[in-house]
Design a protein around this ligand. Structure first.
Ligand SMILES: Nc1ncnc2c1ncn2[C@@H]1O[C@H](COP(=O)(O)OP(=O)(O)OP(=O)(O)O)[C@@H](O)[C@H]1O
Length: 270
C-alpha cells in the first residue's frame, strides 16, 4: 500500500450528478483522489462507473456538481493543459491506428509539444524507454493493429506514461485480458508513481491493488474507504447480489500488509 504522507487532493468530485434523457445516471457523488493514491472504482453493470470516469476525463459534462483538478474546475483548463495532467486508458483500444507501435506511443508527447513538431532525439529515447518499461521495445516497428490484446493495452499504458500525467484514468482496461495481463497491467499502472483512478470488475484484484475503493450502485456511491473495510460480505450481497466470504491475506513478500480475499459461494445469486 502507498506510504505517502501528503494527503492533499489532486482530484475533488463534489455533489456530481449526471442526467441523460430524464434518467439519473449519477446522483450526488462526492470523493477525492489524494496524492499518490491508487483508487479503485467498483460497481455492478450499469452502476455508472464509465459515466463517472467520462465526466472526469471531460467526455461528458455533468448536470450538477463540480470536478476540480488541483483545486481548479476542470472546465477552466485548455484541452492541451488538461491532457498534460490527465491520461486515459480505456477498455476498447482505438482500432484506427494503422501505425507502427512506436508512432502510436509517440502520440503521448502531443500535449507537451507544439503542433506539427517533429520527433527529436530526446523524444525518441523517451519513447524507447517507455516501450522498454512495458516490455514492447522489440515490437516498436510492428503495426499496432497486429499486437495481441494484452500488448495493445501495455502499449496504451506506455503512451499514457509518456504523457507524464498527474492522474491516470483507466476504464476497465483489463477486461479482455488473461489473468496474467490483468495483474501485469494493474501492477504496471501502480508502479508509475502517479495517481490512478481505475474501474474494475475483478474485486479481488481491486482489493489487492487499491489504497481506496469507491463503490457505485445505481449512480450513487454506496461505500468508500480502505479495501479491508469496504469489501465485506454484506456489501457484496447488497451491491452485487452475491453470497461470499471475505478473509484477509498478506500480500506476497510482505507479511504486514493484508488485503481482502473474496471467496464466492455458487448457487446463491439473487
Ligand atoms: N448516453 C447515454 N444515453 C442513455 N443512457 C446512458 C448513456 N450513457 C450511459 N447510459 C446509461 O447509464 C447507466 C450507467 O452506464 P455506465 O456505462 O456508466 O455503467 P458502468 O457501471 O460503466 O457499467 P458496465 O460495468 O456494464 O460497463 C447505464 O444504465 C447506461 O445504459
Amino acid at each position: 500500500m502507498n506510504q505517502t504522507t501528503d494527503t492533499s487532493p489532486i482530484l475533488t468530485v463534489e455533489n456530481l450528478s449526471l442526467r441523460i434523457s430524464q434518467t439519473d445516471i449519477l446522483s450526488g457523488v462526492n470523493f477525492e483522489v489524494k496524492v499518490g493514491q491508487f483508487v479503485g472504482l467498483l460497481g455492478p453493470n450499469g452502476a455508472g462507473k464509465s459515466s463517472l470516469l467520462r465526466c472526469i476525463y471531460r467526455y461528458c459534462a455533468p448536470t450538477d456538481g463540480r470536478i476540480m483538478l488541483f483545486g481548479k474546475p476542470i472546465d477552466t483548463y485548455s484541452r492541451q493543459e488538461y491532457a498534460k495532467h490527465v491520461a486515459v486508458v480505456l477498455q476498447e483500444v482505438p482500432e484506427q491506428f494503422n501505425l507502427a507501435v512506436f508512432d502510436v506511443i509517440a502520440m503521448g508527447l502531443t500535449p507537451h509539444k507544439p503542433l506539427f513538431s517533429s520527433t527529436s532525439k530526446e523524444d525518441k529515447s523517451n519513447i524507447e524507454a517507455v516501450l522498454d518499461r512495458v516490455g514492447l521495445l522489440h515490437k516498436a516497428k510492428q503495426v499496432f493493429s497486429s499486437l495481441s490484446g494484452g500488448e495493445k493495452q501495455r502499449a496504451m499504458i506506455a503512451r499514457a506514461m509518456l504523457q507524464k500525467p498527474s492522474l491516470l484514468i483507466m476504464d476497465e482496461p483489463t477486461s479482455h485480458l488473461d489473468v496474467r495481463y490483468q495483474i501485469q497491467i494493474m501492477e504496471l499502472a501502480k508502479s508509475l508513481g502517479v495517481c490512478v483512478l481505475a474501474s474494475f470488475h475483478d474485486l479481488n484484484l481491486a482489493g489487492a491493488m487499491s489504497d481506496h475503493l469507491l463503490v457505485l450502485k445505481n449512480g450513487q456511491l454506496q461505500a468508500q474507504g480502505e479495501p479491508n473495510t469496504v469489501l465485506s460480505s454484506g456489501l457484496l450481497s447488497d451491491v452485487f447480489g452475491v453470497c461470499a466470504d471475505v478473509s484477509h491475506v498478506p500480500i506476497a513478500n510482505d507479511d504486514q500488509t493484508m488485503v481482502p480475499h473474496i471467496r464466492y459461494h455458487y448457487g446463491y445469486v439473487r
